[in-house]
Design a protein around this ligand. Structure first.
Ligand code: PGA
Length: 267
């Protein structure tokens, strides 16, 4: 796991957007895994700006979102399809037929989940999966106790997640109780994962994810088994990490090596 700590939420978000935009530039036909929630908002704003002002081209990109609330149509302002349209898709030139968000109103969820997995495989698999993290350590809606081998399926939301998301719905009783979500196994199949966490309220989940044991009680900790994960944090989310000094040292050495390579290249 590469752990990169930035001074502020804004710098961390720009760094995450930079990793995504580099992927799109180097591989215009890439498959991006996308996330919703408060965390990626500034990332999506920056991707919109890069498209508008610097011509970042999403015309050949395919996207798959992590999850969707069961029962909400894509036109519902709290649905994740709506979130994606409003916060990203309408600001870039991605082709609508290449964007995928699980259908919260599928008639047969088993078939829908199987078909979602099949669509990901047929697209060639996810090149870069953007992830947020819940205060209970979940990735997507893989709540504590989810199988670390799980695939796309229906999950019942944990009480903590319902409380955390109540602010968007105007009360806990308005929050849907279930979601369709990629599984931990689905996420681990992505070629690269980018976990972004902002704020002190994420610090405990981040410490458990990065420095704790791999456990289904903190599903993000399964990322320790993945060979290419970048964890991008602001200072507040990094606040409880014990090996902080080492992570900074790794980044310093990395920058020095990049610089040396650049200098060798220019002589
Ligand atoms: P947040 O949600 O970005 O709104 O904090 C993250 C998550 O629950 O995965």
């Amino acid at each position: 796991m590469r752990v990169v700590i930035h001074s502020t939420a804004e710098v961390a978000s720009l760094a995450a957007a930079d990793l995504i935009s580099q992927k799109v530039r180097h591989r215009p036909r890439c498959v991006l895994g996308l996330a919703t929630g408060s965390t990626p908002l500034a990332v999506y704003r920056e991707l919109g700006r890069l498209h508008r002002e610097e011509g970042l081209d999403f015309s050949q990109v395919t996207t798959f979102n992590l999850d969707e609330y069961v029962g909400l149509p894509g036109t519902h302002p709290q649905s994740y399809r709506y979130f994606m349209e409003e916060n990203l898709f309408k600001h870039i030139n991605v082709r609508p037929e290449r964007t995928h968000v699980p259908d919260g109103r599928a008639l047969d969820f088993d078939r829908h989940c199987e078909s979602y997995e099949r669509q990901i495989s047929q697209a060639g698999g996810i090149d870069l999966q953007l992830l947020g993290i819940g205060t209970d350590g979940h990735i997507a809606f893989n709540e504590p106790g989810s199988s670390l081998g799980s695939r796309t399926r229906i999950k019942t939301l944990a009480g903590q997640t319902i409380r955390d998301n109540a602010r968007f719905f105007g009360g806990e009783d308005q929050v849907p109780r279930m979601a369709v979500t990629m599984g931990v196994g689905t996420i681990l199949d992505s070629r690269q994962c980018l976990l972004l966490a902002i704020g002190e309220h994420k610090a405990k989940a981040i410490r458990e994810t990065v420095e704790g044991p791999v456990t289904a009680q903190v599903t993000a900790s399964a990322l320790q088994l993945h060979r290419d994960v970048v964890v991008v944090l602001d200072e507040a989310a990094a606040g409880l990490l014990e090996r902080r000094e080492y992570y900074d040292q790794v980044e310093r050495v990395r920058r020095e090596m990049e610089q040396a390579q650049l200098e060798r290249g220019s002589t």
